[in-house]
Design a protein around this ligand. Structure first.
Ligand code: ZN
Length: 347
C-alpha cells in the first residue's frame, strides 16, 4: 500500500538555454531519432554542464514537491538514441530515412546492421550520480523494445519480433544492474504502443515482459503516450488505449504512465488495468497554459472513481522537454498542489 496521488514525472525536463541549442524537436536535419540538437559544450565541459543541469532539475523537482524524481534526461539529446547509439549492432554514422510511428513521420534513424549487444552498464554513472544527489526515490528511463524497433532501420534481423526480443534481452541486462544499484522505478518508454495496438498484443507485451526478468526490488513501469507534440506534425490521438490497457493488464509490469490530459481520454479506461499503479497524466506538455491545482485535483479525483487512489500517481502526460523551463516548473508546482488538494478531499 502507498499514499494516494504520489507525484512524479514521466522522464524528460526542458534543458537550460546554456546547455543545448533550443530547437523544435523535429527541426530539419536534427530529428530526434537521428542527430538531435547540438550541445553548447564539448568533452569534459559538456559532462560538467550536464552534471550541473541534472543538479538543477533535481532542485526544480524537489522545489515543486515531486516525490519520485528523474534526471530530466539532461544528458540525452534523445531519450532513445542516448541508449541505441551506444549499443553494439547499431550504426548511427550513416543514418537512413524511415517512416515511423505508423506513417506519422519520415524520420532519420540509425540502422541495425548486426546482432544487438550491450557495451557494459551504460547508465551506471547517470544512476550513481542521481543516487548521490538525492535521498528521494529515483526513476530511470529506457526506451522499450517495440519503440527501438520502430525508431531504427533493421538491416539484420528481418523480423520485428525477433529483433524486439534481442533488444529486450539487452535492456533486461541494463535493468537488472539499475535494480541492483537501488533505482526505485525503471521505466520503459513505449510511445509506439499507441500506434500499433495489434503488435502490442502479438509480441509487444512479450518483449516488454522480457525486459523485466529478474528485476526484484525496483518497480517497473511502461510509458505509453502519443509522442511529443511537434510543430506542424498532427498528433494522432487514436482510440488505441482500450486494446493496449487490456493487454498491459496481463503483463508483469507494475506501473503504467498514461496520457489523460491532452488526449481527454475517459478515466473509466482505468478499469481495464485494475492491478496496475497508474501515473495518471494530468498535465499537458504541448501547451503553455498552466493547469490550476483545482483542475488537477478534479482530474485525480475523477480517476479515483475507477481505480483505488493509492494506485494513482499524479504525473504529466509525457516528458516536459517541449516546454520552456519556466513553464515546466510552474506546471509541476500546480500538479503537486493539485495532488495535495485531492488527498485532502479524499479523507
Ligand atoms: Zn510520452
Amino acid at each position: 500500500m502507498s499514499e494516494p496521488f504520489i507525484t512524479t514525472v514521466v522522464g524528460s525536463m526542458p534543458k537550460p538555454v546554456w546547455l543545448m541549442e533550443q530547437l523544435p524537436l523535429n527541426a530539419e536535419g536534427k530529428q530526434v531519432h537521428g542527430k538531435g540538437a547540438d550541445w553548447l559544450y564539448q568533452g569534459d565541459m559538456l559532462e560538467t554542464a550536464q552534471d550541473d543541469a541534472t543538479r538543477l532539475t533535481i532542485h526544480d523537482q524537489i522545489n515543486a514537491g515531486i516525490e519520485v524524481l528523474s534526471d530530466g534526461e539532461q544528458r540525452r539529446s534523445s531519450y532513445l538514441t542516448y541508449i541505441t547509439s551506444r549499443l553494439g549492432g547499431f550504426d548511427y554514422e550513416t543514418v537512413t530515412k524511415k517512416w515511423t510511428r505508423n506513417k506519422r513521420r519520415l524520420a532519420e534513424v540509425g540502422r541495425c546492421v548486426g546482432p544487438v549487444s550491450r557495451p557494459g552498464f551504460m547508465l551506471k554513472r547517470d544512476a550513481e550520480f542521481m543516487l548521490a544527489e538525492t535521498d528521494r526515490p529515483v526513476k530511470i528511463t529506457l526506451p522499450g523494445p517495440m519503440t527501438v524497433v520502430d525508431s531504427t532501420a533493421d538491416e539484420h534481423y528481418g523480423d520485428e519480433e525477433t529483433m524486439a526480443m534481442e533488444v529486450a534481452a539487452v535492456l533486461n541486462e541494463e535493468a537488472k544492474e539499475l535494480d541492483a544499484l537501488g533505482i526505485a522505478v525503471i521505466q520503459f518508454d513505449e510511445p509506439v504502443f499507441s500506434r500499433y495496438p495489434d503488435k502490442v498484443k502479438d509480441w509487444g507485451i512479450k518483449a516488454l515482459d522480457r525486459c523485466l526478468e529478474g528485476v526484484t526490488s525496483a518497480k517497473t513501469a511502461a510509458h505509453v503516450c502519443y509522442s511529443y507534440p511537434m510543430p506542424g506534425v498532427p498528433r494522432p490521438i487514436v482510440d488505441s488505449y482500450p486494446v493496449i490497457l487490456e493487454a498491459l493488464e496481463d503483463s508483469k509490469i507494475d506501473q503504467l504512465a498514461l496520457e489523460f490530459e491532452a488526449s481527454r481520454l475517459d478515466p473509466k479506461l482505468l478499469e481495464l488495468c485494475p492491478s496496475k499503479t497508474v501515473m495518471f497524466g494530468c498535465i499537458d506538455n504541448g501547451i503553455d497554459e498552466i493547469e490550476t491545482p483545482e483542475y488537477v485535483a478534479g482530474k485525480l479525483l475523477a480517476a479515483a472513481k475507477h481505480l483505488p487512489a493509492d494506485q494513482i500517481q499524479a504525473a504529466p502526460d509525457c516528458g516536459l522537454v517541449p516546454l520552456s523551463l519556466d513553464i515546466a516548473r510552474r506546471k509541476l508546482k500546480a500538479m503537486v498542489d493539485g495532488a495535495k488538494l485531492a488527498r485532502e478531499r479524499l479523507s
